[in-house]
Design a protein around this ligand. Structure first.
Ligand SMILES: NC(=O)c1ccc[n+]([C@@H]2O[C@H](COP(=O)([O-])OP(=O)(O)OC[C@H]3O[C@@H](n4cnc5c(N)ncnc54)[C@H](OP(=O)(O)O)[C@@H]3O)[C@@H](O)[C@H]2O)c1
Length: 274
């Protein structure tokens, strides 16, 4: 896809990876950007960074867990600024907790934002894209959507589900000339992971690197965009030696014996974004 002169909607654009994607799209010549997240102030700050690049910027301060508000705002945005050519579903939340201490409200939040929120917006946008017979949708999953990680069971489950959702839509929407891809970042230095206990040996990347990988991936046929060599290595290892990778993950996870001693007590789970 060539994004020059196009209109894009990015969710989770107030910070982290979504913000970096919005900035990268602006630098690459997108004509109009719609930025969606809840925090109006932060969205305004991102818009102020982007506007000088000559891009029309529209902020949508919305909670993706509120489908009626999202529906109304999207209809207005499409009428006033559409058609939207590219949708990047980047908003997400993550909780890290040992499964035996997990709390239902945290699981419900992950499902509400990572899955139902993505579904809500994608349905609204895809129907309109189908009408114009053009569009690209990128769903942000994670390396944890390929390789499930101890202490992140329900987050991993939502990210696996996003890959299934993406694969199904890819087949179904191709007849409407809509491309559907998944972006799979590995550990990235954002608010989301600042309070997490990191997995041993994993090196974080910058949100800008993820955004650049997306730009490259948009030009390629590949339906899944893996970011960084660590992701390629993990996916490859999972394919040829899944048991070995499982053992490595257990050693690397914050739950492993040696690591638990050093952390004394697992930090209570908290919403690590939002
Ligand atoms: N960081 C990583 O290591 C990593 C790795 C792989 C994949 N990912 C994925 O990349 C995506 C972005 O993560 P990030 O690291 O950039 O996280 P982040 O810095 O915490 O940003 C999360 C974004 O989602 C938005 N958001 C959260 N809840 C929302 C809601 N109810 N309605 C609308 N927007 C909401 C937040 O905006 P407001 O708070 O303003 O609403 C924020 O813009 C997520 O899908 C995440 O799962 C992250």
């Amino acid at each position: 896809m060539h994004i020059q002169g196009k209109t894009a909607l990015v969710t989770g654009a107030s910070r982290g990876i979504g913000r970096a994607i919005a900035l990268e799209l602006a630098q690459q010549g997108v004509k109009c950007l719609l930025l969606l997240a809840r925090d109006r102030q932060r969205l305004a700050e991102v818009a102020a960074e982007i506007s000088p690049l000559g891009v029309e910027v529209v902020t949508l301060a919305l909670d993706l867990a509120q489908p009626i508000e999202v529906n109304i705002a999207l209809a207005q945005a499409w009428r006033d600024h559409g058609p939207i050519h590219l949708l990047v579903n980047c908003a997400g939340v993550a909780h890290q907790t040992p499964f035996l201490q997990a709390q239902l409200p945290q699981v419900q939040e992950e499902i509400a934002i990572n899955l139902v929120g993505m579904y809500t917006l994608t349905r609204l946008v895809a129907r309109r894209m189908a009408g114009q017979r053009e569009g690209t949708i990128v769903n942000v999953s994670s390396l944890m959507g390929k390789v499930a990680a101890p202490t992140m069971a329900t987050y991993s489950a939502t990210k696996f589900a996003i890959l299934g959702f993406t694969q199904a839509l890819r087949g179904e929407l191709a007849t409407h000339n809509i491309q559907v891809k998944a972006l799979l970042p590995s550990l990235t230095d954002t608010d989301m992971v600042r309070e997490l206990q990191w997995f041993r040996w994993v090196r974080p990347m910058t949100p800008e690197k993820v955004a650049q990988a997306l730009m490259v991936g948009l030009h390629k046929e590949s339906p899944e965009i893996l970011v960084g060599w660590q992701s390629h290595l993990a996916v490859w290892c999972n394919r040829i030696a899944p048991r070995l990778l499982e053992k490595i993950l257990l050693l690397a996870a914050p739950l492993s014996q040696g690591r638990q001693k050093s952390h004394q007590r697992f930090r209570p789970a908290r919403a690590v974004t939002h």
